[in-house]
Design a protein around this ligand. Structure first.
Ligand code: CA
Length: 540
């Protein structure tokens, strides 16, 4: 796999699409309508964003029916980002990923019955338009979950398709005799393929009518609703090829076409993919099919190192990420709505702070799962990792009965309390997001790992043009003394750098870069247990 080839192929396709369009329009349209090939930036706006994954049902309930809704989310926008960079009592996130908002019979929404309507319990399309408008006014972009692989069993398309004589029959995947494998589901008129469950029949993308309809859906959300992109669910499963159920060439080819389709509608739309696989499989989708995809291996390694106090997992995996992906083109996270919550895998808030520091000072586009910033807990089943947000000592999510109970620690762990406590996990997240928003080195800088003579101390330089930030964390629960962080060479100019710690504004000892831009740096006599430094190097 050679990364540039995919990008080059995408560029070629883009150029071809542009030429074809130009050729058509040359005869059909006035000259000023001739489009040019789309520019493909190395970094997109998503690299400057911090995303927040919202389960609308559990975020905030505006009308007391116990179910979170779009109007509730609008009410809480100031918590997420009040639009004023000078304030520091908001989280500062600049992107929201809304888990499915389309009409669905299930609580989670991943089985859609109407791709053109916001679900009744969440509100209506006008509410969503208002959310997008008010989010944009605060500098927050919004992407939504798009579930392409399957519909609900209750979708009218599938209900029609149940009839073997129906024109819709071929929108789904059928067999007369039961094929091998447990993913074939019985119905009166034959067996249908449903990868995830009998309630989620897979759409048949061999049928061009299905692709055409989903392009219509896509255009509707990008153009009429004005969303800023999509998070594509379960995208590795689009096409099957006999026993091969994921990553098929047909899936890759379809995604290339879909990507171009989206970018023609809105070149700024971001396409984020869920490819729940190994790094080597994920990267095959990045560039030309997806802008970014979630980096599952790095997420697990980050949590592992925060728990064990040993850096090997995260250090190795982060290096693999740097060696594998185009610079910055991956989405970082700690846990999502399909996994036990990060705080339930971490042992205490100090470990949660370390994991957050790593994630938010790493390259890539970071995604925070709602509630992660206050250390909300929850382990499977799924409903328990998607519980109501803990806003205050009474829960504060609804005036009615919440659709699902809060996690048991809700009276002690909540937004209101953590807003007051200066050393809370929430205030740590606020500080980290603010630093990331303020410093391009953290968002787009090169990632240069440092040598450390203390085994649990992990350090790296983030470097963007003239901005240089060192991140140094002691992962261990034990003090480390006399640790020196070293770099053989870098682009740093020769000379002395005053050093300021950005979380506390404390002045640290001066760093001297040699003529190769290398250094041996001992920031302090001793690192306290799980101490972390984010250090800005200031030349003269
Ligand atoms: Ca409600």
């Amino acid at each position: 796999m050679i990364k540039p080839s995919r990008i080059e192929r995408a560029l070629t396709l883009l150029a071809l699409a542009g030429l074809l369009l130009a050729a058509c329009q040359a005869t059909m349209s006035p000259p000023d309508a001739v489009p040019t090939a789309l520019p493909v930036a190395e970094y997109g706006w998503w690299n400057d964003a911090v995303f927040y994954e919202v389960f609308v049902r559990s975020f905030y309930d505006s009308d007391g029916d116990g179910v979170g809704d779009i109007n509730g989310l609008i009410k809480k926008l100031d918590y997420l980002n009040d639009g004023d960079p000078a304030t520091n009592d908001d989280l500062g996130v600049t992107g929201l990923w809304l888990m499915p908002v389309m009409q669905s019979p299930s609580y989670h929404g991943y089985d859609v019955v109407d791709y053109y309507q916001v679900g009744d319990e969440y509100g209506d399309n006008d509410d969503l338009l208002r959310l997008i408008e008010q989010a944009h006014a605060r500098g927050i972009r919004i992407i939504i979950d798009l579930v392409l692989n399957h519909t609900s069993r209750q979708h009218p398309w599938f209900q029609e398709a149940l009839d073997p004589g129906s024109e819709r029959r071929d929108w789904y995947i059928w067999a007369n005799e039961q094929p091998e494998g447990e993913r074939w589901r019985e119905s009166a008129g034959g067996y249908y393929y449903g990868y995830f469950s009998d309630q989620m029949p897979d759409l048949n993308y061999e049928n061009p009518a299905v692709t055409e309809e989903m392009q219509k859906v896509t255009r509707f959300w990008l153009k009429d609703m004005g969303v800023d992109g999509f998070r594509l669910d379960a995208i590795k499963h689009l096409f099957e090829d006999g026993p091969v159920l994921e990553h098929t060439p047909a899936t890759h080819a379809w995604l290339q076409e879909f990507y171009l389709f989206c970018k023609e509608i809105n070149p700024d739309a971001v396409i984020v993919g869920e490819v729940w696989s190994t790094m080597d499989d994920v990267v095959e989708y990045v560039g030309g099919e997806l802008d970014i995809a979630f980096e599952f291996e790095l997420a697990n390694a980050t949590l592992e190192s925060a728990v064990s106090g040993r850096k090997a997992s995260v250090e190795r995996k982060q290096q693999a990420v740097i060696d594998t992906y185009p610079p910055g083109q991956f989405a970082t996270f700690l846990a999502n709505h399909d996994q036990n919550r990060a705080r339930s895998r971490l042992l205490d808030d100090e470990q949660a702070k370390l994991a957050a520091t790593l994630q938010l000072t790493f390259p890539g586009a970071p995604f925070i799962y709602y509630g992660e910033e206050i250390g909300m807990q929850g382990a499977k089943p799924d409903e328990n990792i998607r519980r109501p947000m803990q806003w205050g000592p009474d829960g504060g999510f609804t005036t009615g009965e919440p659709w699902r109970l809060y996690y048991e620690d809700y009276q002690e762990r909540h937004v209101a309390g953590q807003s007051e406590a200066t050393d809370s996990l929430l205030n740590h997240y606020r500080a980290l997001v603010r630093l990331r928003n303020e410093h391009i080195a953290l968002r787009q800088g090169d990632f240069i790992p440092l040598e450390s003579d203390c085994r649990p101390v992990y350090g790296y330089l983030r470097r963007h043009q003239d901005e240089n930030i060192l991140v140094i964390v002691n992962l261990a629960a034990q003090e480390q003394t006399g640790c020196t962080l070293s770099l053989a060479a870098s682009g740093l100019a020769h000379g002395d750098y005053a050093v300021r710690e950005l979380l506390t504004s404390v002045e640290m000892s001066t760093l001297t870069a040699n003529e190769n831009g290398g250094f041996d740096y001992t920031p302090s006599e001793a690192f306290a247990p799980r101490e972390e430094y984010i250090l800005l190097l200031m030349g003269d």
